[in-house]
Write a protein that binds this ligand. Sequence first.
Ligand SMILES: NC(=O)c1ccc[n+]([C@@H]2O[C@H](COP(=O)([O-])OP(=O)(O)OC[C@H]3O[C@@H](n4cnc5c(N)ncnc54)[C@H](O)[C@@H]3O)[C@@H](O)[C@H]2O)c1
Length: 450
Amino acid sequence: MKQLHKLSTTTHHRRDEESPTILTAHQPYSPKAQKHPYSRSLPRSLSYLLTEQRLLFIIVGILIGSTFFILQPTLSRLAPPDPDRRRPSSSSYVPTSVSYWNRESVSSPYRSWGGSGRVPAGVGRKRSRIVVTGGAGFVGSHLVDKLLRRGDDVIVIDNFFTGRKENVMHHFGDPRFELVRHDVVEPILLEVDQIYHLACPASPVHYKYNPVKTIISLMDYKTNVMGTLNMLGLAKRIGAKFLLTSTSEVYGDPLEHPQKETYWGHVNPIGVRSCYDEGKRTAETLTMDYHRGAGVEVRIARIFNTYGPRMCLDDGRVVSNFVAQAIRKQPLTVYGDGQQTRSFQYVADLVDGLMALMEGEHVGPFNLGNPGEFTMLELAEVVKETIDSSATIEFKPNTADDPHKRKPDISKAKELLNWEPKVPLRDGLPLMVADFRNRILNEDEGKGNK
Ligand SMILES: NC(=O)c1ccc[n+]([C@@H]2O[C@H](COP(=O)([O-])OP(=O)(O)OC[C@H]3O[C@@H](n4cnc5c(N)ncnc54)[C@H](O)[C@@H]3O)[C@@H](O)[C@H]2O)c1
């Protein structure tokens, strides 16, 4: 019995482990040395956690693992850039100076967030799937470059009417880039988050070449779903954000100067330029109707004259005309008296503005342009200073409906998108000249490059 009692006492004491010492009648009482509370409770808690709290350990393990996988891409982005990744594949892309041409190439602990401020790397934004229609064109290809640099997946849709594969071929082989030969007048179904709709023959030479096709690619007079309508339909079906690249041409030959977004314009609806001007005005109307009627999240940019590398060499736009003529040692053609004014925006600034608009909360329309205003003769002088001071000027009769003045009021974009252009004409022009020289040289060597 005594033994049984002793055993039960022992068992009891072992279970709660208060005191492994068993007092027996013949043992004199001696007070125990006071143990430090931690030295007693630590092994007990550890064994408790190890035996009873396995689930807790598993959860903590999963949390540590997921934190590592979330941070890993960000950490790798902070690593020095792979120079090969950014080196253009064709010699025609090589700029002669470090530049606004590819400003984001510089390694930075910050990544650009649409130009509307800086977001520290690691502050999460989801990688988006983005369609750029007209992405093989001049503006589109620069936009594609920047979206890919930001880490998004990009699908370019282009029918190569004025665009060129060479503009995007440095992305061939990048798994985040796809190029689809497709005419936007035909519907297409894709799963994306955002649509930048740029597809449109945008220069006078091209849109006058086939005016009916131009307006068809922007809108649908015959109830068929085409161009802008197709892309808006796609945006509605898949719940994507849609951005329209409209134009300062919606202001026509303006009676208000500089032009604010509230100005409704002064367009000749039956002139030679109207296929473009009215087409874009209708595209804006369709965009707003899809927004109001179908709840599509839309953005409208009104782009003013933009220049930069990869512009078509002979597209009839004044900057590319002057630059190509000066390089080819031809006289610079000035139409009319040369007193008409325009403002010229470098393409990197425009791309920043488009992305700020897409990522922002405001529908627009927003003027995106450089408010610096130049007469055609002043522009010719800057081109001469930059390329060939001995170049001559040749005057020709002005084209119909040529606007007398163009200058954006960009206060709305400054305030709501926190955007404004940074590259002055005298800095931007040389970057374009380097690209034009290469292409004209290739052309002369018979490689052909429009
Ligand atoms: N560059 C400017 O100064 C300027 C000014 C105002 C507005 N914009 C607008 O910006 C956008 C881009 O202009 P850009 O200067 O890059 O012109 P761009 O001609 O270089 O590019 C247009 C692209 O759209 C493609 N395209 C044309 N029709 C198409 C169709 N039906 N289907 C598929 N692809 C088609 C062309 O092949 C080309 O790659 C255009 O919408 C234009 O109206 C440009």
